[in-house]
Ligand binder design. Sequence first.
Ligand code: IPM
Ligand code: MN
Length: 359
Amino acid sequence: MYKIAVMPGDGTGPEVTAEAVKVLKAAADKFGFKVELTEFDFGGERYKRTGETLPDSAIDELRKFQAILLGAIGHPDVAPGILEKGILLKARFALDQYINLRPVKLFPGVETPLKDKGPEHIDFTVVRENSGDLYTGTGGITMKGTPHEVAVQSAVYTRFQVDRCLRYAFYYTRKYGKKARGKGSKNTLALCGKTNVLTYVYDLWERAFHEMGQKEFPDIEREYYHVDATCMWFVKNPEWFDVIVTGNMFGDIITDLGAMIQGGMGIAAGGNLNPEGVSMFEPIGGSAPKYTGMGVINPLAAICSAQMMLETLGEQKAADKIDAAVRYITANKLKSLAAGRMGYSTSQVGDLVAEKVAE
Ligand code: IPM
Ligand code: MN
């Protein structure tokens, strides 16, 4: 029995979350486990009503669950930053979800904007550090509004943060790298940084990376790419990548590029992981307010987030079945992943996946 907190959130969040829950329940029935779902209404509507984003009491409440399933946060009537910082980043930081795991996999039948690339070429995972960097809010503005105004925002990393992220990435590579999955002759972890300019922060990352790799993970190949070059190779030679580890800011940016080459926001899923605590799973895309209530948005990213949740909870068979079901649907059913062009409604896509999981 798994106790799951569900936060559908704003815009199309509730619609896609409903389909993820549908598939989750189908998997539970099929594989003989139970899920107890508790819904929370944090998001833009609640903020507008009460002025509350995600209070400390809610964080304490969320600690009692084994995982959190999140829809989307973002409301057109709320100024940018309030909900992102108040809900999404607050949960990530307060629950110390220090890993943001973002697979970039092109499923069969899905169109990629990359010419001559297929599922065999686009099959890697980004391990984005999720607790430090420019996201810590270290800095400030002085002399605001004057011609001499100064704004500083610092990329902050401690050795502890870097080491725990790297260790997770190395173990992840050992377990899910291309060799481990029978997709190649080696398991490779690439560090994505900017050692030629960020000579403090990425110097720390680079030293820690090689020290740990040499000492604890000699079985794993190590590579290094600058972040700008990483973007170039994502487009030109995505097949080079297996697992990539990087800081919070670069990870944010390269995973949007990753989402596009795997077919767009309709399919891109992620997990904010605290391997020792409560993890939160979410589609990478936003709340897409203009599509709210129309039943046209693609729920696969939310369904894949639920799939990642089950994998993290240790329900590997159920997770594998959902993965296979989604691949079957993209290969054989959906016309496109784009909102309104799938050939099915949001809930019909959920039905298709759930039926396949139940088979
Ligand atoms: C993401 C988003 C968030 C981030 C925003 C909404 C704060 O872009 O999950 O990638 O920057 O991490
Ligand atoms: Mn982002």
